[in-house]
Design a protein around this ligand. Structure first.
Ligand code: PFF
Length: 450
């Protein structure tokens, strides 16, 4: 397939918004707050920020550079730059990871749509925390309803991808991301102005080192990869649509800064409200669906804020799920000449089937155990987020910094004028030594301790 026929982002702005759209999702708004809550708040946030900077950022840069310079999918990109070697197998890690992530992601995506609808109908008003929990449990343990909402989530994802890059993905992000920024700002202001909210602000901003263990560091690494969408080839794919004229460092800077800000803002929208109304911050995965529902029920004009919040969460999930589906779509389009229409239906359909298993692990299949004795949903999350993403990230960083060569990466980063970039030497050192060694160390520790 010639690269001339490939679509490109209409502008660097479109690329930045789509990449932020991919990064900001359930990971930032649903997962980040509860993982932070379970891991002691501020100290976890600090370790997370370090992981973003020294592990996430170098991999993100490498992915975008690799994508843009080859204009290929992850497998094709690694094959082109490492001909005759086995590095391309790393691309398959990404394709597998995106498929598995989208499968369990669509379970929660369906929940967010259901909660948006329920809040629009006003069905969540006046619930105590106990009632909110009963509602949530009754919903997820139903064998049919959550699958239908998941199907709707997948249909929306597939529908957008079907329209292609500019008309589907870019347009959706250009519309939804600014809206998301506005909604989130409203929610943060509401939350931090509640009486007693400062305790929640303290919780995420002040480190408490007594809660930090090695597991915390591993969680932070997984979180950094998941929330920046790195390690799965998403950014190779999105980077492959970026014109060679655009400068990468400023785009990457925007993506990292904005995605991290959104995660922190999500924490600031949630914890002050949770503390203000006297709930536990460490409620785990149901934090958003149970605790927040009870929080909204007690807040002045809470019904309206509930609609805004769950709508925001659904849209954030959607802009990430389209990036997840785009990876296998692009791969099959590039490497196997599968048309976008056929690919969307076939691959989207297959992922949906896998996703049904993840949804049913809360009801009919709750007794089925997968990896390490975990239920299906948690097994998929564990394999993809804690194993495949760090592994994919490791392959990409070692390939870029050692095999393809740091000078190639830097040259691509410098852009057309070829001028040296500030901090080139430092980041080159980080990418060659710090990032791979740290990922490997955390990874080996995790495997040994299991
Ligand atoms: N970054 C997304 C989130 O935080 O919800 C999830 C994600 C998207 C992970 C794309 C990995 C990926 F390749």
């Amino acid at each position: 397939m010639t690269n001339d026929s490939r679509e490109q982002w209409t502008s660097k702005f479109g690329f930045i918004l789509a990449s932020i759209g991919s990064a900001v999702g359930l990971g930032s708004i649903w997962r980040f707050p509860f993982v932070t809550g379970e891991n002691g708040g501020g100290s976890f946030v600090l370790i997370y920020l370090l992981c973003v900077l020294f592990l996430g950022l170098p991999v993100l840069l490498s992915e975008i550079v690799l994508g843009r310079s080859t204009q290929r999918n992850p497998v094709g990109a690694l094959r082109l730059q490492g001909p005759g070697t086995f590095w391309f197998l790393g691309g398959y890690i990404g394709i597998l990871a995106t498929g598995i992530i989208l499968a369990f992601y669509s379970t929660v995506g369906g929940w967010t749509l259901f909660y948006t609808w329920q809040s629009i109908l006003g069905n969540l008003g006046g619930l105590s925390i106990g009632e909110a929990e009963t509602r949530f449990t009754a919903f997820i343990s139903d064998p049919v309803i959550p699958v239908l909402w998941q199907a709707l989530f997948m249909i929306l994802t597939m529908g957008i991808c079907l329209f292609g890059l500019q008309n589907g993905i870019e347009r959706t992000n250009k519309f939804l991301m600014p809206m998301l920024g506005i909604l989130l700002s409203i929610l943060v202001i509401r939350s931090i102005t509640l009486p007693g909210a400062m305790e929640g602000v303290r919780f995420i901003l002040y480190p408490d080192w007594s809660d930090v263990s090695f597991t915390t560091i591993f969680e932070a690494l997984g979180m950094a990869f998941f929330s920046l969408s790195v390690g799965a080839g998403t950014m190779i794919t999105y980077g492959s649509y970026l014109s060679k004229k655009e400068s990468i460092p400023s785009a990457v800077g925007n993506v990292v800064v904005f995605s991290t800000l959104v995660s922190l803002a999500a924490g600031l929208a949630i914890f002050p409200a949770v503390f203000s109304l006297g709930y536990e911050p460490s409620a785990g995965p149901p934090l958003v669906f149970i605790t927040l529902t009870a929080v909204f029920a007690q807040m002045p004009a809470g019904g309206l804020f509930a609609v805004l919040f769950f709508f925001l969460l659904s849209m954030a999930a959607l802009t990430s799920s389209i990036s997840l589906l785009e990876v296998p779509l692009r791969y099959f389009e590039d490497e196997h000449n599968l048309s976008r229409q056929k690919g969307t239906i076939l691959i989207g359909g297959l992922i949906f089937l896998l996703g049904i298993a993840s949804t049913l692990s809360f009801s009919t299949w709750s007794h089925v155990k997968g990896i390490a004795g975990l239920p299906i949903f948690e097994s998929m999350d564990f394999v993809a987020s804690n194993v495949l993403l760090p592994l994919g990230g490791l392959v990409i960083i070692i390939f870029s910094a050692w095999k393809w060569g740091m000078h190639q990466v830097l040259e691509a980063l410098r852009g057309e004028d070829g001028n040296r970039l500030a901090g080139e030497g430092f980041w080159g050192f980080v990418a060659r030594w710090i990032t791979p060694v740290l990922i490997l160390a955390v990874f080996v520790f995790q495997v040994l301790s299991n």
